[in-house]
Design a protein. Structure first.
Length: 319
């Protein structure tokens, strides 16, 4: 039997006439997702004038609707006392600077030690939200800014911003090779048929758009500022490889280590010691899901990335 967390009752406004019942309820109660409301309709937890409706039924206005809101499903995620570098927080949002090496979601081989485990320790109420409020992700070895929803209304509106591309994510990416100019990659990405751990550009994939511009050129490398229009798995890494400029240190798409001829000892050491993709989420811009305020955060790259850039600058200066 479904455990009920609360009962809500509402009268459908007259100007809602003609709307589907699931859409009408999602507009009246934005703190709940439309997909949740549709499930409640399927499970018979919604009554319209004491009758169980179908989710495609349309309202006429004036109906009395009763909703039995179920308790959040239990999960096996374990809170863990892992330190988080929180850059911003309020009742609806958290912005975290994720270190390289931290997995975002628990999964096969990563049941603990993840950002989700850390978030649940910081705020146990996140257990009531899908994925503990995480609405986008960063690869394990990508560092930088990540926004987390702390309420259902914030989660829904952040997802809308991702869909509408009004949630902006900026990255610093260091690639092998010297680019001539910036540009846009518009190439679909899908799973590699020959290696399920890898992604690739393929006509069978989902649309993916990456915009990039040159921040700095070195003798054999280029530092890019990158913006995502979409959020496919490994998107920047795959698109840069597709262009022929793989990310420095990328263990999956980067190929063999490339050290320019006549490099300084410092640069050789820095390149050999950089054992992750050189990718950092340095900017995040959102519209606050409740107040409507435009918010922007910037985060300098971590020490390992900064040391590599310094070594490249020194190498340039010696020429």
């Amino acid at each position: 039997m479904t455990a009920i967390a609360r009962q809500i009752t509402v009268h459908i406004p007259d100007d809602f006439a003609g709307k589907r019942i699931d859409k009408a309820l999602a507009e009246l109660y934005p703190e709940y997702s439309r997909s949740s409301i549709q499930k409640w309709l399927r499970d018979g937890l919604v009554l319209v004038d004491d009758e169980v409706p179908r989710q495609r039924d349309r309202v006429t206005g004036g109906e009395q609707v009763e909703v039995a809101v179920p308790e959040a499903a239990a999960n096996d995620w374990r809170p863990e006392p892992i330190a988080l570098d929180v850059r911003y927080e309020d009742p609806h949002l958290l912005v975290v600077n994720k270190p390289a090496g931290m997995v975002v979601h628990p999964g096969a081989g990563n049941a603990d030690g993840t950002m989700m485990n850390a978030l649940l320790f910081k705020d146990p109420n996140l257990a009531a939200l899908p994925r503990a409020g995480i609405v986008h992700r960063l690869d394990k070895d990508t560092s930088g800014l990540l926004v987390v929803a702390r309420s259902e209304i914030a989660r829904n509106r952040l997802i809308e911003q991702l869909t509408e591309r009004s949630l902006k994510r900026g990255y610093l990416a260091l690639v092998c090779g010297v680019m001539i100019s910036g540009g846009t990659v518009d190439a679909p990405i899908g799973r590699d048929r020959h290696d399920r751990r890898r992604m690739c550009v393929t006509e069978r994939g989902k649309p993916a758009v990456t915009r990039y511009r040159i921040a700095q050129k070195f003798r054999a490398h280029t530092l890019l500022r990158v913006q995502l229009d979409t959020g496919r798995t490994h998107q920047i890494r795959v698109h840069m490889k597709h262009l022929g400029f793989p990310l420095v240190g990328d263990p999956v798409y980067g190929g063999r280590l490339r050290i320019p001829a006549n490099s300084s000892d410092r640069l050789r050491e820095a390149l050999r010691g950089f054992r992750r993709q050189a990718l950092h989420a340095n900017e995040l811009a959102v519209v606050h899901p409740v107040t409507g305020e435009s918010l922007l955060w910037k985060q300098p790259p971590p020490a390992d990335f900064a040391r590599l850039i310094e070594a490249l600058n020194d190498d340039n200066a010696e020429r």
